[in-house]
Design a protein around this ligand. Structure first.
Ligand code: PLP
Length: 392
């Protein structure tokens, strides 16, 4: 056999042995071979289960989708190359066969707001922003816009507002709209939006679910009616997560509930302590009894689990003082992400909400003295000591 032929064929396509790998392996093949073309044809048409092409399905990603579907209580999931690509596919699926109109929470991750304004609006979708925690305003916007989709975050980024997902999903359903919830900050440990009536749940896998700061990914968890559309869109547009990333996320998820419990407990302790610090003007944390959405939080979050994000405003500080404070941090990592095992601090005006006009940020309440802390799994006394020495 020609060396070129050997180089291309030797070693590959061995029949799987009887043994079942205990953990999911990384399967990198982009296409699959069957005993006969008839069989391949049945796999293509989905008469038979199986893999034919990596854009359609991949065993490593499929295993990851299964565990996330199971945790969120969904019908099926699609993993994608980033949280933003998950959001794009979810919104497209929600608008399929519906009015091209979205009612969205005013308080969203900055890039999500930008996606609505610079991708969906120019494509002819009417977008209205509303205070998602004001149910009367939400109902008025839904009645007026008759949207195809309502979009909100379970815990908003970065001011940690919490809307009544169940009531909003009901209003949306009565108007014929689908509800899409970005649940990245809450995770399925706190809230499972599908159980509250949402249709599609989006996560940035990059954050708590993968949890180690080494993978970019997203996922859409779907109810039964939307899953075929999600899969059809993915087959055509190819937003897939690669098998290496799927493996990393799958490995991370095994300890996600443990990590998240610890992170939530750490966050409660740190938020309480920061609230009485003289250098801090205001702390935003869902366990605060004076939180504007305290009643909703008590109703939909499990006791003791309030998430692991804390935002706070430095007293009498502008950008320069905030930078100096962040530069003094020694343990807490100055990073633009969240949800990792290590604590991370970001400056929303420069990172997550950088693309919004300063006036837009001000309207949302994201001041130049606001920082956002993602609490990690370290010893809480070490995180606090670092914050205190940096606050001075
Ligand atoms: C709430 C929220 N949704 C979506 C995203 C986007 O995720 P990704 O960076 O994986 O695209 C982020 C990123 O920070 C986020 O905070």
């Amino acid at each position: 056999m020609n060396l070129h032929t050997k180089a291309v064929h030797a070693g590959d396509r061995k029949k799987a042995s009887q043994a079942i790998p205990v953990t999911t392996p990384i399967v990198t093949a982009s296409s699959y071979l069957y005993e006969s073309m008839e069989q391949l044809d049945r796999v293509f048409s989905e008469e038979d289960e199986g893999y034919c092409y990596a854009r359609y399905d991949n065993p490593t990603s499929h295993a990851l989708e299964e565990v996330i579907t199971c945790m969120e209580g969904g019908f099926g999931s699609l993993t994608t190359s980033s949280g933003m690509s998950a959001l794009q596919v979810a919104l497209q699926a929600a608008l399929t066969d519906r009015r091209r109109s979205i009612v969205a929470a005013g308080a969203l991750y900055g890039a999500s707001t930008r996606m609505l304004m610079s991708v969906f609006e120019p494509a002819g979708v009417d977008v209205r922003f509303v205070d998602i925690c004001d149910l009367e305003a939400v109902q008025a916007a839904i009645t007026d816009a008759r949207p195809g989709c309502v979009l909100l975050e379970t815990i908003s980024n970065p001011l940690l507002r919490v809307g009544q997902i169940d009531r909003i999903a009901q209003m949306a359903r009565e108007a014929g709209a689908a509800t899409v919830v970005d649940s990245t900050f809450a995770t399925p440990l706190l809230v499972r939006p599908l159980e509250l009536g949402a249709n599609l749940v989006v996560h940035s896998l990059t954050k708590y679910l993968a949890g180690h700061g080494d993978v970019l990914g997203g996922v859409i968890v779907s109810d039964e009616p939307h899953f075929a559309t999600i899969r059809a869109l993915a087959r055509i547009c190819g937003p897939n997560l690669g098998p290496f990333e799927s493996y990393l996320a799958m490995r991370g998820i095994k300890t996600f509930p443990l990590r998240m419990e610890r992170q939530c407990a750490n966050a409660c302790r740190i938020a309480t302590s920061l609230a009485s610090h003289p250098g801090i003007a205001k702390v935003y944390f869902p366990a605060d009894p004076n939180h504007p959405d305290a009643t909703t939080i008590q109703r939909i979050f499990p006791a003791g689990l309030y998430g692991a994000m804390i935002s706070f405003e430095l007293k009498d500080a502008a950008r320069e003082q905030v930078f100096a404070f962040m530069d003094r941090l020694k343990l807490v990592v100055r990073g633009t992400s969240l949800g990792d095992v290590h604590s991370l601090m970001s400056y929303p005006a420069m990172s997550s909400h950088r693309d919004l006009a300063p006036k837009h940020r001000q309207r949302l309440g994201i001041g130049d003295n606001l920082v956002r802390l993602s609490v990690g799994i370290e010893g809480p006394e070490d995180i606090l000591a670092d914050l205190e020495q940096a606050l001075g």
